[in-house]
Design a protein around this ligand. Sequence first.
Ligand code: NAD
Length: 292
Amino acid sequence: MKIAIAGSGALGSSFGYMLKKGGHEVTLIDFWEEHIRTVQDEGLTVDFNGKTENIEIPMDKPENIDERFDAVFIFTKSMDLRGMLEAIEHIISKDTKVICLLNGLGHADTLSEYVPTENIIMGTTVWTAGLDAPGKAHLMGEGPVEIQEVDPEGKEATLEMVKVMKDSGLNAVYSSDVHFTTWRKACVNGTMNALSALLDANIEELFKSEQTKVISEEIIAEFALAAKLDGVELDEEEITNYVVDISKKLGAHYPSMHQDIANRRPTEIDFLNGIVTEMCESNGYSAPNCRL
Ligand code: NAD
């Protein structure tokens, strides 16, 4: 399959590596010049669960790509999604499937402004990736990736993408309710990422304090209220236990929002706690923790 990765930072270059190793024709797309030059000159180096490998893989800026693809995986940060969709309009044909695994809420609506809904596949992933230097990424964990079509007409294509990712070692599964999964994942990011960034603590340090669980429960209650307005029922106790369980697996990890603050980059907070605040407040409820 001819695949483009639109946004080839941490997760994008790692997924590109896995899909290329899986036998697909993969092109990485990004706008970070040093990263592109390194991959063009020296190849892409990926440490996959402790095993490092260097591969040759095409990479360029959106404006230098002059072909259409069967599938495009979007891997920008939430706030760059629209900019990326505008930059890659010329590589998307009427049949191109667009897969979006970004964290955050509201992305399907943005995608539907640029891509026919039957070609949009939404999902979440708990793979963990990082960029150690230009041209050097690491991918950790075992996934999974959960995906589902937005429009029932896209089901067959979604099942094909599940197979493509599964065969490439990405542990993909078909989700029967990706809307729920997206909200559930947003609760994880809206609690531990936001608190880690605000309190300058890694996950292990955060969850040593009993107060973290109390504040997380309050944040999750606000997410559950907004989810309900969006037609999704979240079991607050189950989600809290899920967050605490994930925190134990992550240990002394600093989530991306903490890294963004440390590097003075914008964070994805507007697409997590920000959207929840707006949804609650515009419906006459308050969401003081998310507003903070
Ligand atoms: P990242 O910042 O490492 O990568 C994003 C890349 O997109 C950057 O290299 C940037 O240069 C590029 N980009 C942005 N706008 C562009 C444009 N208009 N044209 C060309 N390139 C552009 O981010 P990441 O960590 O890979 O995360 C991507 C998404 O996946 C986020 O929503 C994140 O929350 C989610 N996610 C990340 C992880 C992880 O472990 N890294 C895990 C699960 C989900």
